[in-house]
Design a protein around this ligand. Structure first.
Ligand code: NAP
Length: 269
């Protein structure tokens, strides 16, 4: 059975950490040793939720689930509670392992985890990066994240940034593409609501084919018969000024922002 180390504190638990809690619950994980600390105290299903750090036992596992901009606000009160037996898992986009280590100097192990929203369905992608050699801690974190989907390690922060641009932000990009398909269907005369349902179902159906192991190339090939209608559409997407340069620009913008966030976080160190 998957069990979070006790006591575990999730500091901030909104969209992302909440999605991870959902995924672990679906995996049947033992969350009895987890406490969520968030200013609003808004309950998180399946875990104890409080507004201030619990007195008494210090945590052996801390997951940072607030926005990167809140680091300065959180560190002064949290860092003194993070001792040499505590693993710190940071979800903070763009905040480097080096910056985190400087903020939590006593921590046993500092690891960056870059998940995406589909962790709630245990179909997520969570990139992992750590600089320290603590095999036991690495295995523990990998075990927890693997319960939520694919969880590869990356040697460099640049690779983690690339993973973040593709996978962490990915559900938003895929969602936008489906929404554009729906709007396009409407422009072709479909009723708006039906067009949205059709686009959403097309996305889910394609994902189901991919989930069975079929490659994207194969899916496209099986749909596009020679000289047929799909082939004409693909020609537009595949043109030198088509989808790929647009996606490249989209990813570059996300990576750039990640670098800016990293610089901001390091400056405030
Ligand atoms: N969303 C994604 O797809 C995604 C993907 C990868 C990584 N991330 C990373 O995950 C982190 C959280 O993003 P999110 O989308 O989950 O944000 P969110 O939904 O806004 O959640 C932020 C959480 O931080 C809490 N918080 C705010 N101030 C705090 C403080 N001073 N101390 C403790 N907790 C505080 C909030 O508590 P209240 O609600 O009680 O105010 C809330 O639970 C970010 O660092 C982001 O870079 C997000």
């Amino acid at each position: 059975m998957i069990a979070l180390p006790e006591p575990a504190w999730f500091v901030g638990c909104g969209n992302m950490a909440g999605a991870m809690v959902d995924g672990w619950r679906k995996a049947g994980a033992d969350l009895s040793g987890v406490t969520v600390i968030r200013p609003s105290g808004t309950p998180v299903e399946g875990v104890r939720t409080v507004t201030a750090y619990p007195a008494g036992d210090k945590p052996v596992f801390v997951m940072l689930g607030f926005k990167p901009q809140k680091l300065d606000e959180v560190v002064p009160s949290l860092a003194p509670l993070v001792g040499s037996n505590c693993i710190v898992v940071s979800l903070l986009a763009g905040v480097s392992a080096e910056t985190l280590r400087a903020r939590f100097p006593s921590a046993r192990f500092v690891v960056r985890a870059m998940p995406n929203l589909a962790v709630s369905e245990r179909l997520g992608v969570t990139g992992l990066h750590a600089v320290e050699d603590d095999l036991e801690a690495r295995e523990l974190v990998e075990g927890l994240m693997s319960a939520l989907g694919l969880a590869p390690w990356f040697e460099t922060e640049a690779e983690l940034g690339a993973l973040g641009a593709v996978a962490a932000a990915g559900p938003a990009y895929v969602a936008r593409f489906a929404a554009a398909m729906a709007a396009g269907g409407e422009a072709l005369g479909l009723p708006a609501d039906l067009s949205r349902q059709i686009a959403d179902k097309t996305l889910v159906g394609t994902a189901a084919l991919a989930a069975k192991g079929e490659s994207m190339e194969s899916i496209a090939r099986r749909v596009a018969s020679p000289r047929g209608t799909t082939e004409q559409g693909l020609r537009v997407l595949d043109a030198s000024d088509g989808l790929q340069p647009l996606v490249d620009r989209m990813l570059e913008a996300a990576v750039r922002r990640g670098r800016e966030l990293a610089e901001e976080a390091a400056r405030h160190g």
